[in-house]
Design a protein around this ligand. Structure first.
Ligand SMILES: Cc1cc2nc3c(=O)[nH]c(=O)nc-3n(C[C@H](O)[C@H](O)[C@H](O)COP(=O)(O)OP(=O)(O)OC[C@H]3O[C@@H](n4cnc5c(N)ncnc54)[C@H](O)[C@@H]3O)c2cc1C
Length: 469
């Protein structure tokens, strides 16, 4: 009889990072490898955030990372980010593309959506296609399985302090220890844990909705379990990646990216942000953070028929709710719950301040305001073509920046900088970003370092077996 609590590898988390680790381990160690993947959710909800993302990937058609990305991380983090980790990531990304294709994930490629961005790719079927494809490979291995409704509670240590498994709570509510030669932590950040969000991100973190249902399962457990045994951390613990969502819907990921082509006002009907300073990819999380931190979680996109008649622009408003529509700005304000006079004044001042250059979406068109604060530096098109439209928005949290510190083989490092034997980490729970997240790389980071964690753990197991033979 096989021991149902003895494994070669236990992976905590069933998203992109965890499944990549499990598949890479099985393929390196051989099909008989004993692998347990732990998933807090039920099978129907498996896959964490990965399940819900469209998975925009910042790569070109050869699956090469945007060459500006590493420099941008260095710049926005003010040199705080681990650049060695970023360079290893960049080098490994083409292999991640091959890994996806080899495991049945079809990749679609697109042109840059706006000036200043690279080409992008995405899996056909989004993150769910990745979860399903990789889970199929785990399910097909004879000694590997995904344990649903099973959550990791703490790491188990041998007498000499070596990680030798994970204490888990199963669907029966009881604790048991799954022993393993190696453990990969891949259970997300603390975006689904309001205690930790309040502790690290700050006051009123409870007002941040999660961006998608799968995000709620990520409660910072991997970070807690590893720091309890002395792991080092990395990334900005009060930093979050947030996005603006339509407040009228419960649909997951009802994101409104189009702030660049509108004006955005607060609950006093005043503008508070230069909506055209950067392209949307470099500003969507910053304006979302501002709405949460300083605008009482209430903001409104205001625009007109000149924008809404262009399908390539309305595509940025990815909600299932129609915009609020009115023939006058005053009526629009009333429908949005804003002071009509105040909104009319804001729009009138904005329109009078727009220069007369051409409005050209997609490139930095220099159509800017003059003499108002805050300015709008590009795409400042007067809001003067009725009907007028509005969307009420607030910020939702996607992931947290702070996490564990690992080396480029995904080994968790101690505070003293040495790898903690047998312990690996990948995905969102590895901290990297400071101040800003140069976007469309989270899924790639999860897949790349998950794969490296699994392959490295298998190589270590092989070396240990050879040494003791
Ligand atoms: C709506 C949405 C859109 C996004 N869009 C993009 C995009 O376009 N491009 C991009 O690069 N990124 C995007 N992201 C971010 C990206 O999806 C995530 O950063 C990435 O998928 C994280 O992968 P992961 O494996 O680290 O975590 P997850 O996929 O979240 O997986 C974590 C897993 O751990 C499990 N878990 C948690 N705690 C425990 C525990 N104690 N025990 C057992 N299991 C546990 C969870 O249930 C889950 O299965 C988006 C995210 C969302 C939500």
């Amino acid at each position: 009889m096989t021991d149902e609590t003895a494994y070669d590898l236990v992976v905590v988390g069933c998203g992109g990072a965890g499944l990549s680790a499990a598949v890479a381990y099985i393929e390196a160690a051989g099909p008989d490898a004993r692998v347990a993947v732990l998933e807090r959710a039920a099978e129907a909800d498996r896959g964490g955030s990965t399940r819900w993302t469209t998975a925009g990937l910042r790569v070109d058609q050869d699956f090469v990372l945007d060459p500006r990305w590493v420099g941008r991380v260095q710049e926005v983090s003010k040199n705080l980010a681990d650049i060695e980790y970023c360079l290893a990531f960049e080098r490994e990304i083409p292999n991640t593309g091959e890994f996806l294709k080899d495991h049945g994930v079809e990749l679609l490629y697109g042109e840059p959506p706006v000036e200043g961005m690279t080409k992008t790719a995405r899996p056909n079927g989004g993150g769910l296609a990745i979860v399903d494809a990789l889970a199929r490979h785990v399910d097909a291995a004879p000694n590997a399985s995904i344990h649903y409704q099973t959550e990791a509670v703490r790491l188990s240590l041998s007498d000499e302090g070596r990680v030798d498994g994970v204490v888990v709570r199963g669907p029966d509510g009881l604790l048991k220890t799954l022993h393993a030669q190696s453990v990969v932590l891949a259970c997300g950040g603390f975006e689904g844990n309001y205690e930790m969000l309040t502790q690290y991100v700050g006051q009123n973190a409870v007002d941040l909705k999660v961006l998608a249902p799968g995000t709620q399962y990520n409660k910072g457990d991997g970070i807690r379990m590893a720091t309890e045994i002395g792991a080092a951390t990395s990334g900005q613990f009060d930093g979050i990646h947030a996005e603006l969502v339509d407040i009228r819907t419960d649909r997951a990921d009802a994101v409104l990216y189009g702030h660049s082509y509108t004006i955005v006002v607060n609950e006093d009907a005043k503008r508070f942000y230069d909506e055209g300073a950067k392209n949307f990819a470099d500003s969507f999380e910053l304006i979302a953070y501002e709405v949460w931190a300083n605008q009482h979680q209430a903001a409104f996109f205001i625009t007109d028929e000149a924008v809404m008649s262009q399908p390539q622009l309305t595509a940025w408003f990815d909600t299932d709710m129609p915009p609020v529509k009115a023939d006058t700005i005053r009526d629009l304000a009333a429908q949005l719950g804003l002071d009509p006079e105040a909104l009319e004044q804001t729009v009138t001042e904005f329109n009078a301040a727009c220069n007369d250059r051409d409005f050209v979406p997609g490139i930095f068109d220099g159509k800017a305001t003059e003499g108002i604060e805050p300015p709008k530096s590009n795409w400042a098109n007067p809001i003067s073509h009725p009907p007028y439209y509005g969307y009420p928005v607030s910020a939702a949290v996607c992931f947290t920046y702070g996490g564990l510190k690992t080396d480029t083989s995904a080994r968790v490092l101690s505070k003293g900088g040495v790898p903690i034997p047998n312990l690996y980490a990948a995905g969102e729970l590895v901290g990297l970003f400071y101040h800003e997240y140069p976007a469309a790389t989270s899924v790639l980071k999860a897949l790349t370092f998950g794969r490296l964690a699994g392959a490295h753990a298998a190589a270590e197991a092989h070396a240990t077996a050879a040494a003791t033979a």
